[in-house]
Design a protein around this ligand. Structure first.
Ligand code: HEM
Length: 223
C-alpha cells in the first residue's frame, strides 16, 4: 500500500506537500525566534539556551532539540527524494528533447528545481556556519549565537549568501505552498484566490523577517 502510494506521482507529491509544510512550520518559528536578536545579546543567547532545555525535567538536555532535528532531516530527505524522482520521471517521459528551449519546462518548475538546489546547499553552509562553526568567519563561540550572527553578517560574503538564499526561499515557498494546497485538496475558485494570497503573504513575511537580521547588523542596529 505504502509502496504503491510512493510509486505514484500523486503519492510523491503528497510526500512533498506534507514534508514541505513541516519545514514551513519550522521556518515560521525560526524566523520569529531570530527577530529576538533586536532585543540584545542577553535575551537572544538566553533563548538559544532555552532551545536546549525545552521539556525539562521530563526531557534531558537537548533531547527536544534532537527530536526536532530528526523530524527535519526526515522531512528534507523525503522532500528532496520525491522531487528528484518526480523530475526523473518528467525527463524519462520525454526521450526526445524539445526543439524550442522555451517549451522545455515551465518557469515555475525550473525555479523550484534551482531554488531547491540552492536551499539544500544553503542549509549545509548555514549549519557549518552557525551550528558547528566549521566555516564561520570569526572565532565561533558555542553558546553565544548573538556574537556568531554579528560575525557572519560582518563579512560581505555572509550577507550575499544569506540574502540570496532568503530570496530563493521566498520564491520557493510562494510556489511550493500553492502546489501543496493543490495536491492536498481540490480547490474552488474562491479558495484558490485565498490560498494564493496566503502563499504570497507567507513568502513575503518569511523573506523580510529573515533578511531583517543581516540588515540589522549591516546598519549597525544590531552590533
Ligand atoms: C538570516 C537568516 C537566518 C539566520 C540569522 C539564522 C540563524 C541561525 C542560528 C543563530 C542558528 C543556531 C541556533 C543555535 O544553535 O542556538 C540557526 C540554526 C538553524 N537554522 Fe537558521 N538562520 C537563518 C535562516 C535559516 C533558514 C532559511 C533555514 C532553512 C532553510 C535555517 C535552518 C536552520 C536549521 C535547520 C538550524 C538548526 C541547526 C541545528 O541546531 O541542528 N535557518 N539559525
Amino acid at each position: 500500500m505504502a509502496r504503491a502510494m510512493w510509486d505514484s506521482s500523486v503519492g510523491k507529491k503528497t510526500v512533498m506537500a506534507v514534508s514541505g509544510l513541516i519545514m514551513l512550520l519550522y521556518l515560521i518559528v525560526h524566523m520569529i525566534g531570530n527577530l529576538k536578536i533586536y532585543f540584545g545579546a542577553a535575551e537572544f543567547n538566553h533563548y538559544a539556551h532555552w532551545l536546549r532545555t525545552v521539556g525539562e525535567p521530563f526531557m534531558h538536555y537537548e533531547w527536544t532539540l534532537w527530536l526536532v532535528r530528526i523530524v527535519l532531516v526526515v522531512a528534507v530527505v523525503a522532500h528532496a527524494t520525491a522531487a528528484y524522482r518526480l523530475s526523473r520521471r518528467d525527463i524519462k517521459a520525454r526521450p526526445v528533447k524539445y526543439a524550442h528551449k522555451k517549451a522545455r519546462s515551465s518557469y515555475a518548475t525550473r525555479t523550484m528545481r534551482w531554488g531547491g538546489i540552492i536551499l539544500g546547499l544553503f542549509i549545509v553552509w548555514h549549519i557549518l556556519d552557525l551550528t558547528t562553526g566549521t566555516v564561520h568567519s570569526g572565532g565561533f563561540q558555542e553558546g553565544h549565537p548573538y556574537q556568531n550572527v554579528v560575525d557572519t553578517f560582518s563579512t560581505w560574503y555572509g550577507n550575499v549568501i544569506y540574502i540570496v538564499a532568503m530570496l530563493a526561499l521566498g520564491l520557493h515557498i510562494r510556489h511550493g505552498f500553492w502546489s501543496a494546497a493543490q495536491t492536498l485538496g481540490a480547490g474552488s475558485r474562491t479558495r484558490d484566490r485565498v490560498l494564493k494570497t496566503v502563499a504570497n503573504v507567507l513568502a513575503l513575511l518569511l523573506t523580510a523577517g529573515f533578511i531583517a537580521v543581516p540588515v540589522g547588523v549591516m546598519t549597525g542596529v544590531v552590533s
